[in-house]
Every structure is written in C-alpha cells, then in structure tokens.
Design a protein around this ligand. Structure first.
Ligand code: DGT
Ligand code: CA
Ligand code: CA
Length: 572
C-alpha cells in the first residue's frame, strides 16, 4: 500500500485539529499545521522516497520528532499519536468542525463550557439562546452559527472531487496488484466528474478466489467494515468517506461499469430503450430472453441499442441519448487541448512562488502561455497590487519574457469588482495589460437586481476580458451569488468577453449547466487553474472534467487557442 503526501498532510491536520480542540500548546499545534502545509507543497512522493531506502530530506519546520511521525504515517497510513488522540475526543466533535465559521478552538470551547458534542446539540443550544451567553460569542454569532448548522444538518454530506480522486487512484493502484485481478476502475459520480461525490464506487474484475475484498477491508485507511461478502464490500475510511467495491466477472465488466457509473437517470433511460427493443438490461449484461447479447464492454451495450459510446461526463439524462441517436454528440474537450492558462498568482499577492517559478511550472505542465493575474489592492488580506506595484510587475514580465523560451507570460490582473461595479484600478494601468480578469470578492449577499447590475456594469468596462469564478460559490461553504446569469451570458457575448471555469476544487465555477448555456450562446469559456503555487496546474484536469459535463468542445474554450489567436480575442 502507498500513502500520498496529501494523505500524510491530512493526518497531520487532524492531529492539529484535535490538539486545538483540547486547547493544547499553540506552538505544538502550529508545528503540525506548518508541517502539513510543507508536505502539500513538496512534490516528490514521500512514501516512495522512504520505501526506496532514502532518508526524508530536510524540510523547513520538520524536526526529528515530526520526521519520525511522517515516516510512521507514510508506511502505515496513520500513527499511534492520532489513534490515541481520537480516543480522547467524542466523534461528534469532528462533525462540528464542518460547521462553517467554527474552528477547532471554538468547538473546543463549546464542548468544555456547554458540553456540546454534535451538530444537533449545537442547533438546540443556539435555538435556546445559550451560545450568546458565552464570552466572545454574542447574539450575532449565535444567529450565524444557527444558520450554518442548519445548512450542515440539511445538506447531505458530500466530498470535493479533488479530495476523493487521489484516494481513489491510490486504492486502484493497490487493488491492481492483488493476485487474480484483471481490471479495476472507478464508477459512480467520480467517473462522471461531478464537482462533489457522495461516496466512492470501485469496480474490479478478477478470477475466482482473488482476495480483492480482503485487500480492501484490510487497508490501513479503513476505519470500519460496513458490509463484506463474496462479490461486494462497503467500508468507511478514517476520513469518513464510504467506499463501495463490486467484484465482477470479465464478461459482465462493461455491463457492471455502465450500471454503476450511472447516473441513475441515464440508466433508466437506457433500460427504457432496451425494453422498447424487447431486451433486458442489468448490471450483468444485455439479454434477449435468456441469451446474453452484450456486456463485456460498455460500447457493446450501447452498440446493441443502436448508439455510439457516450462519455461518462454526459450521462445525466440531459439530452445525451437524443444527441447520440442523432449522431450529434459533442467532441468533448480534453486536458491535452489546453495550450495556456489565463489566471494565476505569484508572491506579488497571495501566491507562494515567483514569476519565473510559475512560468517554468506551467511549461512543465505542457502549456505555451500563462497569464499572471495577481490580486488588486482592494483585497487587503491578499496584499494586492496597486498601480505602481502592477507597473513594476509589467516591467518584470517583459524582462522575463526576453529570457524564457517555450513559454510566454501574459500581463494581467485579477481586479476586484467593487460593490458598485467599478474596477479597483485606474484605466490608465489596465490599458497596459494583455488581459483584465475581474472578480467579486465582497458583498456576496446583494439582491439579484443589485448583483446583476453590478456585474453588467463591470462587463461594460472597456478593458474587461474575463469574468472569474462568476458565481462566487465555495462548495460546502458559500452558496452562489444571486444573479441573472442568462443576462450575464448575453452581455458577455455582446461585449466579446469570456467567462471563467475556475478549476480550484472548491470552486469549479462556472458549473456544468452554466457552461453549457454559455456555449449554446457562443460565449467562450476560459478553463483556468487560479494557481497559487507551482503544484496547482495539476488541478486543471478537474476543470476539464467540469467542462466536459457542460458539453464543451475544444473550440468553445478560449485557452485551447494558440497564443496569437488568444491575444487577438483578448484585445480585439
Ligand atoms: P453519489 O455517490 O451520490 O455522488 O452518486 P452516484 O451516482 O455515485 O450514486 P451511488 O453511489 O448511489 O450509485 C452508483 C451508481 O449505481 C449510480 O450512479 C447508478 C447506479 N444505481 C444506484 N442505484 C440505482 C437504482 O436504484 N437504479 C439504477 N438504475 N441505478 C442505480
Ligand atoms: Ca457514488
Ligand atoms: Ca455507492
């Protein structure tokens, strides 16, 4: 079994959370948090490094004690300290940490001072006015907590796609090595690239007697086995994620994959088609009477129903079957189609790397151009650029472009769209840029009329190029703004502006449906990493997944075009 750097970091974060719940020494807490952050920014895979007999390299803030723990986690997936700490706090407290606006310190106080251990108990306490009596909480924060805990209690628990994908890949790698295994794949919402997933579905085909089920139930990340039989198992990982595994025979592989990929609505539509032809479809195959006529591959089943293979991202019963029948399925955009990235940060605002480091990382990710778009000054927490700072960055980029070969930096800004729709920097400096990416970072709760007016005014600005993360949503944390998106899409088309599909895991914004609406209206989409470090170009693949769910083809995506064409579109 192998443990990824992200999984090691998650263990260290959990240790820090529990220590903070227990009001432990702040320096100790910070040491674990810093170590987690360092590991996330460290590219080589630590588990493989250690497994090959090498020593852990010297990393800032990681002393001998922490290095020992990291080694333990890398080889076992967990560590004795975490096991002990988990036993010291009620399990409901981890649920309380998911209430937005509640950090471990405040959860610890609610626990120690009011005995609150679960979201339901927090809900009762807030309703009965107990929270406001705590020192430092007050009536306003009680009301806010009440709202967020209600949101948590009423929304089913879902996981960010980007969080589950590495767990899935690790499990798949391990299962592939089990004796007798022929094929492994993910299915369900993960394979359809939904922005969040409810649980992880894994499919395996193997020869009889292969110990696949035992391998999964025995994995170090498994906290409890919910069910285990000869052809299926369900487990819950320490993170809380549920994993469902199905074991199939090779001849049922395609039928099982099709069934378990879903969506349910797509399956139901296929079943209806099969019935109209006098056929029966199940997770084991496509049958005429008792005779199996297809099932070893997905394509064989689609073909028997008179259809071409349909990409998983389209399987939502949103017209894909009709399009398949008409021969008009979209030729979906792929990661390899991207030639550039139009939104990234450096240390000049809240990024972690220099201009040159970002340029080289983008090049290593296979890109030909990268727009540098640091924040403008309004966003005080990110130390944004003012006009002078931006002018200096323009000169630095010009100088760097002279030296670089094979990658071109574009000069841009992520300028704040202020509450009245004006931009946070003067026209004179915006005019010198290759592109102006505008974004909302404040006043998320305006009325629909106010918000729409604000964004339409921003789009009218002569230098405006791309509207970044248009809905402002943060999955599981902040709902989308209230806004007339159809009016925005129409205005973008009129003004020749693009809309962004931001690939950050908790944004994936525009969402799939709005991507499709923009595409239908002929508005180009920029699939952007919004990278704040050299490692984040890897997230572009999740943007591509979302774009494919929105039926986008390469020609619908601005940054699939060569540099010259993009320049002309950005500055007509
Ligand atoms: P999730 O986990 O909520 O993100 O969504 P899915 O789509 O992964 O759903 P899940 O894990 O409950 O089931 C996996 C697939 O199994 C689902 O996409 C389609 C198939 N499936 C599950 N239940 C049914 C059902 O009652 N009827 C049909 N036709 N298919 C089903
Ligand atoms: Ca699922
Ligand atoms: Ca499932």
């Amino acid at each position: 079994m192998t443990v990824s750097n992200a999984e090691i970091a998650a263990v260290l974060e959990e240790i820090a959370d529990i220590l903070e719940l227990e009001a432990a020494n702040p320096f100790r807490i910070r040491a674990y948090r810093n170590a987690a952050r360092t590991l996330q920014a460290f590219a080589p895979d630590i588990a493989s490094l250690l497994a090959s007999g090498k020593a852990l390299p010297k990393l800032p803030g990681i002393g001998e004690d922490l290095a020992g723990k990291i080694g333990e986690i890398a080889s076992t997936g967990s560590c004795a300290l975490l096991q002990r700490l988990r036993g010291e706090v009620p399990t409901g407290l981890r649920e309380l940490l998911k209430v937005s606006g509640l950090g471990p310190r405040r959860v610890g106080r609610l626990w120690h001072e009011l005995g609150i251990q679960t979201p339901a108990e927090l809900h009762r306490a807030a309703r009965s006015g107990q929270i406001r009596q705590l020192h430092g909480f007050g009536e306003g924060s009680e009301e806010k907590l009440l709202q967020s805990v209600e949101l948590l209690l009423h929304t089913p628990q879902r996981w960010l796609l980007a969080r589950v994908a590495p767990i899935a890949e690790r499990l798949l790698t391990d299962l592939r090595e089990v004796p007798g295994v022929i094929e492994v794949a993910t299915a369900g919402s993960l394979r359809r690239c939904r922005d969040t997933v409810g649980d992880l579905d894994i499919l395996v085909s193997a020869r009889r007697g292969s110990p696949v089920i035992q391998r999964l139930t025995g994995d170090a990340q498994v906290a409890s086995v919910l069910a285990a039989g000869t052809t299926r198992a369900s487990v819950r990982l320490h993170s809380g994620l549920q994993v469902d595994l199905r074991l199939l025979s090779p001849q049922s592989w395609g039928a099982g994959l099709l069934y378990l990929t879903g969506s349910k609505a797509h399956n139901i539509a296929l079943r209806r088609m099969a019935q109209e032809r006098g056929l029966k479809i199940s997770e084991y195959g496509l049958y005429r009477g008792k005779q199996r006529i297809a099932g070893d591959s997905e394509a064989s089943i689609y073909q028997a129903l008179g259809l071409p293979w349909i990409a998983p991202e389209l399987r939502e019963a949103r017209g894909e079957i009709e399009a398949a029948q008409a021969g008009s399925l979209p030729h979906l955009v792929e990661l390899g189609d991207l030639r550039g990235d139009l939104h990234a940060h450096t240390r000049a605002s809240d990024g972690r790397n220099s201009l040159e480091e970002m340029a080289l990382a983008a090049q290593a990710a296979g890109l030909e151009y990268l727009a540098i778009t640091d924040h403008s000054r309004h966003l005080a927490i990110t130390h944004g650029l003012d006009a002078d700072g931006l002018a200096r960055q323009i000169d630095e980029i010009d100088a760097l472009n002279e030296r670089l070969s094979g990658i071109t930096l574009l000069k841009g800004i992520e300028v704040d769209i202020l509450e009245d729709g004006s931009l946070d920097l003067p026209d004179s400096i915006l005019a010198r840029l290759d592109l102006v990416v505008g974004a909302v970072h404040s006043a998320f709760t305006l009325t629909k009329e106010q918000q729409t007016r604000r964004l339409l005014r921003a789009l009218e600005h002569p230098h405006f190029s791309i509207l970044a993360h248009p809905s402002g949503r943060l999955l599981g944390e902040r709902p989308p703004i209230n806004c007339d998106f159809s009016a925005l899409i129409a205005a973008a088309r009129e003004r020749g502006c693009a809309l962004e599909l931001n690939a950050q895991p908790e944004r994936l914004d525009l969402d799939d449906l709005h991507c499709r609406e923009a595409r239908d209206q002929g508005v180009p989409i920029a699939i952007s990493s919004d990278a704040h470090s050299t490692l984040e170009f890897a997230g572009l693949r999740f943007g591509i997944g979302q774009a494919r769910r929105g039926w986008l083809e390469a020609r619908d995506v601005l940054n699939t075009r060569p540099l010259g064409a993009v320049r002309r579109l950005l500055k007509p």
